[in-house]
Write a protein that binds this ligand. Structure first.
Ligand SMILES: CC(C)(COP(=O)(O)OP(=O)(O)OC[C@H]1O[C@@H](n2cnc3c(N)ncnc32)[C@H](O)[C@@H]1OP(=O)(O)O)[C@@H](O)C(=O)NCCC(=O)NCCS
Length: 193
């Protein structure tokens, strides 16, 4: 069975909704910034063509039922300021992985924290997921801090897990269980690794 569709999730400042082709201009502004893509597995977007190829890959994930590509729309402007991906869905284990990106001028305002709180709640309550996972490069301080702040537990480190853009790197693996939600939200916890 596929991941159920996600229509729209509202938080105080954001609407989290499925990506559309008309979002690609805003997304080029975000993913065309090398500081934003520094820790992402894909190259900095150079043109609209990169956006269209990415959208086709995300559409294929959606059609296969193993992922859902969402965007973050800022309520005050209706501008798309980031992305949120739910992927690697394993139905029998009711688990999936998350990935997220925010445009640089919106960093440090608690926006991704707000988005993840709303999104995790939706995944556990509406999609029936039991476990959410994330993998983060240890050098990505903002992302590691974010997950701990949301309530994820750092469960370990996978050594030399990925090679991308000419570099091989470790990842910290994070997990959040439905039974920990929402009690774990907002507390910092780190485990081994
Ligand atoms: C990672 C990212 C999504 C964080 O988004 P954000 O909205 O700026 O994060 P928030 O403002 O919600 O901050 C969440 C926590 O992380 C901390 N944090 C944010 N940026 C930080 C930084 N550069 N260094 C250390 N901690 C940081 C915040 O202090 C906050 O903790 P607090 O509430 O205890 O103060 C954003 O930096 C980003 O898009 N980076 C590029 C893409 C990327 O690396 N994605 C993740 C791939 S795994």
């Amino acid at each position: 069975m596929s991941l159920p569709p996600i229509d729209a999730i509202a938080s105080a400042r954001l609407t989290i909704r499925p990506v559309r082709e008309s979002d690609l201009d805003d997304l080029l502004e975000i993913n065309g910034d090398p500081e934003v893509t520094a820790f992402l597995p894909y190259s900095t977007w150079q043109s609209a063509l990169d956006g269209r190829s990415w959208l086709a890959r995300m559409a294929a994930l959606g059609e296969a039922g193993s992922g859902r590509q969402l965007v973050l729309e800022l309520g005050s402007s209706a501008k798309v300021i980031g992305t949120l991906l739910l992927f690697r869905y394993e139905e029998s284990s009711a688990r999936a992985e998350i990935g997220y990106v925010l445009g640089r001028r919106h960093w440090g305002q608690g926006l991704m924290h707000e988005a993840l709180e709303a999104f995790c709640a939706h995944c556990f309550a509406q999609l029936g997921l039991r476990r959410l996972e994330a993998e983060v490069n240890p050098a990505n301080e903002a992302s590691n801090a974010l997950l701990l702040r949301v309530g994820f537990t750092r469960e370990g480190t996978l050594r030399q897990r990925w090679t991308a853009k000419g570099a091989t790197y470790d990842v910290h693996v994070y997990g959040l269980l439905r039974e920990e939600w929402p009690a774990g939200g907002g507390r910092s916890r780190s485990g081994p690794g």
